[in-house]
Ligand binder design. Sequence first.
Ligand code: PRP
Ligand code: ADE
Length: 177
Amino acid sequence: TTKAKQFDLRDIVASYPDFPKPGILFRDINPVFRRNDALNYIIDEFYRAYGKAKVDAVAGIESRGFVLATALALKFGKGVVMIRKAGKLPGKTLKKSYDIEYGSAVMELQQNAISKGESVLIADDLIATGGTAVAAAQLVEEIGGKVAGFAFIIELSDLHGADRLRKMGYKVQSLVT
Ligand code: PRP
Ligand code: ADE
């Protein structure tokens, strides 16, 4: 018998009104990352969703996505690829500008991070408008990889980012809506 889970992820996520800007309700993943039981639950759920798919690497989106990607990579027996905010990665890179719920930025990926035809699971803590996720997918595909799917802990459904990805034909899994 499996032990009943002693928590609901929804209750662990913290919410901060007007952060980082007025009008934004910020969903803070930190209390989730601080709990070992929550981390184990999360990687088991994503393994259930993607464990039978071809996953050659897990890409994490800076910075909260790095934590999830690393935990998932260990579970999947793969390595981590870092998709970073521009200006942090050496060597040949590809850049993509994008908009998010409360700003805009440029994301960057090293050209040698993914081999041709490799399937990459893209991980982030949260999807809002989907601007970040779409840029990440474009980077993976433009350097020759395939997107195995997306793994988000939180989906802000009223901003329709996950719907946008699904309409583009991507597999999207989120744990709290
Ligand atoms: C947050 C979040 C996602 C993105 C989602 O990251 O972790 O990456 O916003 O927004 P979107 O769906 O509207 O694009 P943020 O850019 O704040 O960076 P951080 O993880 O470094 O805090
Ligand atoms: N990224 C984009 N929108 C966000 C929100 N409301 N809370 C936390 N991270 C976010």
